[in-house]
Structure formats: structure tokens, C-alpha cells
Write a protein that binds this ligand. Structure first.
Ligand SMILES: [Zn+2]
Length: 346
């Protein structure tokens, strides 16, 4: 009997080494540990032994049974790992060994639109600034006139960090720091700043919602800045981006950081204003919130609201890129799908 067990053990390891799939592994398990399996047969054979022999042999058969069970579990892990590595091997991946110039990457569609807008605004005297992605609650909310318990906080599902800071929910989080950095305009030239950035909200993902998206915001502050300045800059911006002469209209809109606040619409390009499903038959597409900077926001930024006024506008950069390139699913942007993203390269 002892010889028999050694043989079974030997046979098991030989067969196990040849296994390449879960199905094959299961076959081996059945042939050794199943109802009619080799090891199970040995357990049945114990009946024919004397009590003394039964004790020793029983222990040995059980030991073999445990070893085989253990080996099968281990092998399953190895198989899973193998499968995982195989999957990576088969998937499309970037080959770092391709010499420079041949496998070079391309600009992301959001970077393309962002750069285009930055270039337009630079020619109009705007400074480009970068905001931090990790922000204090103060910068993200209080400093832009969204105090604690303000309903606007509920509308922005925020990722809070363990240290009490948060991932910024909008580019406005940079406003306070920018105003403090540059201060009130000193030379009579208005302060003009453009600040694009990545924003985060805990959204349920679908074709039009992402937890990570880009906005672009601009402010202009001076002695005599009015709504007509705002409309002028928006018309220039949109005409350049869409490469056509756009008509815009303002509707009253409520945003805590501006007073008065507006929703800016552009005329629908698809139907040229006569009404279609894309514009919900209104002839207009809602594009960006804007308005005159709220006196509280100026004050918190260290700028005297009795002396200076300013406008602010926010633009969904991700949304704009979707409109410009006719991208139907927002999830494409963060997908890392190089084949899809490459088609927007100029
Ligand atoms: Zn339309």
C-alpha cells in the first residue's frame, strides 16, 4: 500500500505539471479526489486492513489527500497569474523600445482645444495660470461665496481627503489665490487671467458624466469692466474655437460667485437656429456660465469691490472638445485608447 501512495503522488505531480487551464486542473482533481478518484479509492481500501495497519495507513492517505488539495489550490493561483500576464501581453500597449520619432505620442484632444484657447487669450493680454488640484475647502467654496450649508455644495459631489482638503470641484478654486498673487490692477491695465484645469466630482459615469473633467476659467478685473466687455470676449473666443461667426445670447443664471450671473448660449450650428433635436428645438445651445464677479469674492481676494469690477466665465473644456470633435461619449477622454484619441491630432 505504501508503494502505491508514492506512485500516486508521482503520477499526480507529473499530470499537474502538464496542466494549462482551469478545465484541465478540474479533470485532475476529479481523477484523484473525486468519488472514484485514485486517492478516494485508497481511503476505501482501508476497510480491508487490520485496526493497527488502518491507523498508520489512514494517516498517510490523508496526508497525501491534503497535499494534493493544497497543490491544486496553489496551481490555480499560478494559472490565474499566467492568464493575467497573457492578457497584458495580448492587449495593445505602448512599446517603450520604439526609437524616438517613429512611435511618438500625439496631443490629447483636450490639450489641443486648451492650447487653442490659451493662444487666443494670450493675444488679448491674458496671463495663463495653473491652479492646484488639491485645494482647501476655503479656496474651493468659501472664497467663491459658497459658505458652509450652501445648496451649491450639494450639487458638487466632492472628493474629500483624510486631511480635510479636497480635490477641486471647479476651476474657480484658483480665483482667490490668483487675486492675491496679482492684486488689484495698478497701471490702469485690467488684470486678465485664464486658468484651465482638471476638476473632480464623484459622478456616476455614463456617456456624458465623468468623475474627472476639464474646465477653463477666465477673469478680467479693472476700473471699468462691464457686461459688454464680457460679451465681446466670449464672442471672440467662441468664433475662434468654432471657426465661424457665432451669435450669443445671455439668460439670467444663478451662480454664487457672480452677481448678476448669466448662462451664455450660442446659436445652434446644426440647424442654424431653426430648431433641431440637438438644441432641443430652441435654436440655442447652453454653453457657459458667466457674470460679474461677486463683491464678496473680490473682497476675499483682497480687491476693493467699491473701486474695481470684473467679469468671470467658466467653460466646460471637456464639453467643448466633445462639441468641436463631435465626440459622443465623454469616457473616451480618460480611456487611454490611443487608437481612438490619435484621430484628433493635427
Ligand atoms: Zn439646433
Amino acid at each position: 500500500m505504501l508503494e502505491n501512495l508514492e506512485k500516486i503522488k508521482q503520477q499526480f505531480s507529473e499530470e499537474l505539471n502538464a496542466v494549462n487551464s482551469n478545465a484541465e486542473l478540474e479533470k485532475i482533481r476529479v481523477s484523484f479526489l473525486g468519488k472514484k478518484g485514485l486517492v478516494t479509492e485508497q481511503l476505501k481500501n482501508l476497510r480491508d486492513l487490520t485496526p493497527e495497519e488502518k491507523k498508520t495507513a489512514g494517516m498517510q492517505v490523508n496526508k497525501l489527500k491534503n497535499e494534493i488539495e493544497q497543490a491544486i489550490v496553489e496551481y490555480q493561483k499560478t494559472l490565474e497569474e499566467k492568464e493575467y500576464l497573457q492578457e497584458i501581453e495580448n492587449s495593445e500597449h505602448y512599446d517603450y523600445t520604439i526609437p524616438g520619432g517613429r512611435g511618438a505620442g500625439t496631443l490629447h484632444p483636450i490639450s489641443i482645444v486648451q492650447k487653442q484657447i490659451e493662444d487666443i487669450f494670450k493675444t488679448m493680454g491674458f496671463i495663463i495660470e495653473d491652479g492646484l488640484e488639491i485645494q482647501t475647502e476655503y479656496n474651493n467654496f468659501e472664497a467663491v461665496n459658497i459658505p458652509k450649508n450652501h445648496p451649491a455644495r450639494d450639487m458638487q459631489d466632492t472628493y474629500y481627503l483624510d486631511n480635510g482638503q479636497l480635490l477641486k470641484t471647479h476651476t474657480s478654486a484658483a480665483q482667490n489665490a490668483i487675486m492675491k498673487k496679482y492684486g488689484a490692477p495698478k497701471t490702469g491695465e485690467p488684470l486678465r487671467v485664464l486658468f484651465p484645469g482638471r476638476c473632480f466630482r464623484n459622478e456616476n459615469l455614463d456617456a456624458s458624466h465623468e468623475n474627472t473633467f476639464f474646465q477653463l476659467e477666465g477673469i478680467m478685473i479693472g476700473d471699468d469692466i462691464s457686461i459688454s466687455n464680457l460679451i465681446y470676449f466670449m464672442k471672440v473666443l467662441l468664433s475662434e474655437v468654432f471657426e465661424r461667426d457665432v451669435k450669443v445670447r445671455l439668460r439670467p443664471g444663478f451662480f454664487p460667485f457672480v452677481e448678476p450671473g448669466f448662462e451664455l448660449d450660442i446659436n445652434c450650428e446644426i440647424c442654424e437656429g431653426s430648431g433641431c433635436p440637438t438644441c432641443k428645438h430652441s435654436g440655442w445651445l447652453e454653453l457657459l456660465p458667466c457674470g460679474m464677479i461677486h463683491p464678496n469674492v473680490l473682497r476675499m481676494g483682497g480687491i476693493d469691490p467699491d473701486k474695481y469690477t470684473g467679469f468671470a466665465f467658466g467653460l466646460g473644456l471637456t464639453r467643448l472638445a466633445m462639441m468641436k470633435y463631435n465626440i459622443k461619449d465623454i469616457r473616451l477622454f480618460n480611456s487611454g485608447n490611443i487608437k481612438q484619441l490619435r484621430q484628433f491630432t493635427r
